[in-house]
Design a protein around this ligand. Structure first.
Ligand code: FAD
Length: 534
């Protein structure tokens, strides 16, 4: 390990890590003792562990040089070996056996913090508020530890609100580890504050920029990164894409007992970082352009925050987004009562209640199976005349065996009733008769398919089909590489590509395949110009 780091000495009481601040690197203790503590909401520290010689300080944040989630202080004189993030990644790859142990420890430490809900920002607001759910979901989907405190039931939260003179109408507030207080922030504001995302170097030209960190984008990033290409991945929300919303993926090769989409995608995200892939999440791409007017790169990605990123090739992996139901007033219930995911957060809100779910595909089926284990009853509203025409047999059979699920066919939601953002009842028509029914239900789940995320491509010259999916390969002409779009050096993979199989395995396969085409394309476009390497 000494080949990868430099030795440092610390005096007794010296701080080695401070929550919210970037530390020098992964730190191996050579002699002495270091206390690692975490903040609790009252502002005090609680001891997690005392490390001695042979142990190391660090968790996943150190892999990408992000701010620390805990504090660490020398207890007496300490000698240590400090390994900066790029050298740590080199170590993980060069020393496979040691690398595996370290990587496992980094992941397990992050899981420990996530399970305890410690080490990250504190969200203070009503537990059932849609805004609290939005922020908590965002952090959960990005694998970032956090705590939620409800001032109605938690006296510490109440005290914090009084201390910061916060008007209840301004809730939720978020206390970041750096000490900053945010009032009902956007996801991007929160991400910036906790150091999840930083500015992109506007002059650096990456070999590949991947738009979208779903299974397709992450696969492309892992294969491109492991083959030595410089890679930037941008995603406007979180890593994992739609797959990150899947309660249990049972048809992905190699996981006979199934795996949650978030766990599968979390592994891919960490793997990509191990290979030095730069992540810009959340960062939204709003346009694709060329710096020159030629068909070739370098290409320019314009971001919603007015930043830009340059790359010699682009992979469009922006997937698809959930379709919304055409029913009056839907927007006002989104967040608190209308949901597009069925994660443990939503399940907790609905515990012991009746819920309605609209949809008939596999994603709907998975959500029904999961929710049925958490709620009193699931009303499954299917527009067609049976469930089996769009859903896999194993899910249809499983749903048939659930006593608390009632499947209603030829069913259409006609109205939503409620106050503010809280749904109180749903009306629907069902069966051949089209009889209208009203039920008191506070939570509605929608799983009614997806549309391609290609708005950002308008004006870019990328040809899409009439539904907006990107055309590639032989769909355009006989000479193109199979995943290449109408512009050379720009590729499309996964759900966003016209004709693709809408499955995790297919998206991952295309992510692996596209890297060979990128190599060929980069070789044709010649070595990076002097300007490009500046
Ligand atoms: C609930 C659910 C359960 C599912 N279960 C299964 C299953 O069990 N098995 C299976 O095989 N498949 C399943 N699927 C389908 C599978 O998840 C998708 O086929 C797969 O995720 C597609 O991957 P992708 O990377 O192409 O796109 P996506 O997963 O859609 O990812 C695209 C990413 O691009 C980002 N993005 C979009 N626009 C922009 C922009 N302008 N700037 C920056 N980022 C952008 C999005 O935020 C998103 O993260 C399920 C889908 C859902 C919704």
């Amino acid at each position: 390990m000494r080949r990868f780091g430099t030795c440092r000495s610390y005096k007794s009481g010296e701080i080695l890590a401070q929550a919210g601040k970037v530390i020098e690197g992964f730190t191996v203790i050579l002699s002495g003792k270091v206390d690692v503590t975490r903040h609790i909401s009252s502002g005090q520290g609680r001891l997690i562990i005392t490390h001695g010689a042979g142990s190391f300080l660090g968790e996943l944040a150190q892999l990408a040089g992000r701010p620390a989630l805990v504090d660490a202080q020398a207890q007496g004189p300490v000698d240590a070996l400090v390994i900066p993030p790029d050298r740590l990644r080199a170590l993980l790859i060069a020393e496979a056996e040691l690398g595996e142990r370290i990587m496992r420890a980094l992941i397990l430490r992050r899981i420990g913090l996530l399970e305890e809900g410690s080490g990250g920002p504190v969200i203070i607001g009503r537990a059932e508020s849609g805004e609290v759910l939005r922020l908590a979901n965002f952090l959960r989907r990005n694998g970032h530890p956090h705590q939620k405190l409800d001032p109605e039931s938690d006296h510490e939260a109440k005290a914090l609100i009084e201390r910061f003179h916060v008007d209840p109408a301004q809730l939720p507030i978020v206390l970041c580890p750096s000490g900053q207080l945010l009032r009902n922030p956007s996801e991007i504001e929160l991400a910036r504050c906790i150091g999840l995302v930083g500015p992109i170097d506007p002059n650096r030209v990456f070999d590949v920029a991947v738009v979208g960190a779903g299974p397709a984008g992450l696969a492309a990033a892992v294969y491109a990164g492991s083959e030595g290409l410089s890679v930037l991945v941008l995603d406007c929300r979180a890593f994992g894409g739609q797959a990150g919303a899947s309660a249990r993926i049972e048809n992905y090769l190699g996981f006979p007992t199934g795996i949650s989409g978030l766990a599968l995608m979390g592994r891919a995200y960490n793997q990509a970082q191990k290979f030095g892939v730069e992540m810009a999440i959340p960062d939204e791409v709003v346009a694709l352009d060329s710096r020159t007017n030629s068909d070739q790169g370098p290409f320019v990605l314009k971001l919603s925050n007015s930043e830009r990123a340059l790359a010699r090739s682009i992979v469009i992996a922006s997937g698809a987004r959930y379709r919304r139901l055409a029913v009056d007033g839907l927007e006002k219930f989104e967040g608190a009562s209308v949901h597009y995911w069925a994660s443990p957060l939503e399940a907790k809100l609905c515990a012991g209640q009746e819920v309605a779910l609209v949809g008939a595909g596999n994603s709907a089926g998975q959500a029904v199976v999961y929710l049925a284990s958490q709620v009193a009853k699931v009303w499954l509203l299917v527009r067609g005349h049976d469930l089996a025409s769009r859903m896999s047999r194993y899910l249809v059979d499983r749903i048939a065996g659930l006593p608390n699920v009632e499947v209603l066919t030829r069913a259409t939601v006609t109205a939503l009733e409620g106050h503010d953002s809280t749904l109180e009842a749903i009306r629907w028509r069902q069966g051949v008769s089209g009889q209208e029914v009203r039920r008191s239900i506070r939570h509605l789940f929608l799983f009614i398919g997806a549309e391609p995320n290609t708005d950002w491509l308008s004006g870019s010259g990328i040809i899409v089909d009439k539904r907006g999916f990107v055309l590639t390969g032989s769909e355009l002409d006989g000479h193109r590489r199979s995943l290449e779009t109408s512009r050379q050096g720009i590729f499309a993979i996964g759900d966003v590509r016209a004709g693709s199989v809408k499955r995790v395995a297919a998206a991952v396969g295309e992510g692996a395949q596209v890297v060979t085409m990128i190599h060929a394309s980069l070789a044709n476009s010649g070595p990076p110009s002097v300007e490009q390497t500046q």
